[in-house]
Design a protein around this ligand. Sequence first.
Ligand code: FMN
Length: 170
Amino acid sequence: MDFSKVIEQRFSVRSYKPDEIEKEKLEQVLEAARLAPTAVNKQPFQFIVIRSKNRQQDLEKIYGKAWFYQAPVVIAACALYDKAWKRRDGMNYAVVDTTIAMDHLILAATNLGLGTCWIGAFDPEAVAKILNLPDHAQVIAFTPLGYPADSAKPKKRAPLSQLVRYEGWE
Ligand SMILES: Cc1cc2nc3c(=O)[nH]c(=O)nc-3n(C[C@H](O)[C@H](O)[C@H](O)COP(=O)(O)O)c2cc1C
């Protein structure tokens, strides 16, 4: 798909077909995350692939919407704070790097006709227990992954004139 079409066609899919995802397609979206840029090439993340079959109870505790656990696969993007680059003022880039990688994954999924939806409003305590996360790992976002049973709605976005300044703030 043309790159600009990928950007336009990605939308938050909140209804999924039960069809399984082909192994090659799953590998392709994970590969897109692997190739994402990271600060000082630290790659401070792990992706956890959760097959939703027999995991409904767990997934429901994480995020209670049926469309979330009805997708065949759910992916968690985990930031590793101990592995990330730190800027001189102490800012830890784990979240930035993990978010960029997740966006690569999401755009690659769109390109393959797969649906995704960023999920930030999950229960972090349930996640830590269910996924057995170590202390240095934190899930930044989930996405369901599957064939969409939904179609895009027109995007509501502020115009560029409200989002962009040139050369400085004023
Ligand atoms: C960081 C982040 C967290 C989000 N969390 C949720 C969420 O918990 N549940 C949900 O249904 N959508 C969530 N979304 C999706 C947004 O609502 C959606 O991207 C936005 O309304 C624009 O719509 P679009 O993705 O269809 O273009 C999240 C998006 C982002 C970027």
